[in-house]
Ligand binder design. Structure first.
Ligand code: PGA
Length: 253
């Protein structure tokens, strides 16, 4: 079992250092990982005392002639401990493939960075039914993104695209169903020995699985405790310090 973890994905916000500093101080708390844009990495690293800092992306090589890219080794050397890979906005807007995600994840996990690999159904899927086709889509994303990796330093974020930034989170029971499906796929990928695969909800596979997609202070508890996710990946609601503090308060001691 893990302590619950809450990751703040600021995306391309805010637009100035003063706000980044203020938001980082307000959000700083044990169990919280703040992922700012690269330009504010140093500012946030200085402001954060209790929590951790992560990157929203990085390149799959440590250094060299890769104009505009960011080295995972440089991130690590600066004090960054987490990296998000394969966020759906990168997959959909920037055409990042699971193969790209796999190259990055291999590199960051080997460097000892906690690597958050994001997966989730396509936008068209409204997640109002437990349909086979969309579950298969997630399975393929996992198999391709995690090819030839070991589960050490791995965190999975389940984010149905229809729920991201839409204000329409998916029902807890469907999220829970998907989490258990993801667990089964991970058991298969890493050949994890489990005693009772029938009771998948209570099986501990030692890989944290987070939920993301329109998380707010009112629904955070249900994903953490009713569905049983190991944590949350929070976008929009992490940009309001007071609101984010209320989400963080849901982590039971
Ligand atoms: P959201 O974003 O909380 O604004 O839906 C989540 C994410 O994209 O990680």
């Amino acid at each position: 079992m893990f302590n619950k973890i809450i990751i703040a994905n600021w995306k391309m916000n805010p637009d100035n250092r003063e706000e980044a500093e203020k938001l980082a101080s307000l959000s700083d708390r044990e169990g919280v990982v703040i992922c700012p844009p690269f330009v504010f990495m140093e500012t946030v690293l200085k402001a954060v005392k209790k929590g951790k800092v992560g990157a929203q992306n990085c390149f799959c090589e440590e250094k060299g002639a890769f104009t505009g890219e960011v080295s995972p080794l440089a991130l690590k050397n600066m004090g960054c401990e987490y990296v998000i890979t394969g966020h759906s906005e990168r997959r959909n807007i920037l055409q990042e493939t699971s193969e790209n995600v796999n190259r990055k994840a291999k590199k960051t996990m080997n460097l000892g960075l906690k690597t958050v690999v994001c997966v989730g159904e396509k936008k068209e899927c409204k997640c109002d039914e437990r349909d086979y086709e969309n579950a298969e889509y997630i399975k393929k994303q996992l198999q391709e993104s995690l090819l030839e990796t070991s589960p050490e330093n791995l965190i999975i974020a389940y984010e149905p695209v229809s729920a991201i930034g839409s204000g329409c989170p998916i029902p807890t029971y469907i999220a829970k169903d998907r989490m258990n499906f993801i667990k089964k796929v991970l058991i298969d990928i890493y050949q994890i020995k489990v005693d009772d695969e029938e009771d998948i909800a209570s099986v501990d596979i030692n890989i944290p699985i987070l939920y993301g997609g329109s998380v707010n202070k009112d629904n955070a508890s249900s994903y953490l405790y009713d569905a049983g996710f190991d944590g949350l990946l929070v976008g929009g609601a992490s940009l309001n310090g007071e609101h984010f503090q209320k989400i963080c308060e849901k982590i039971k001691k």
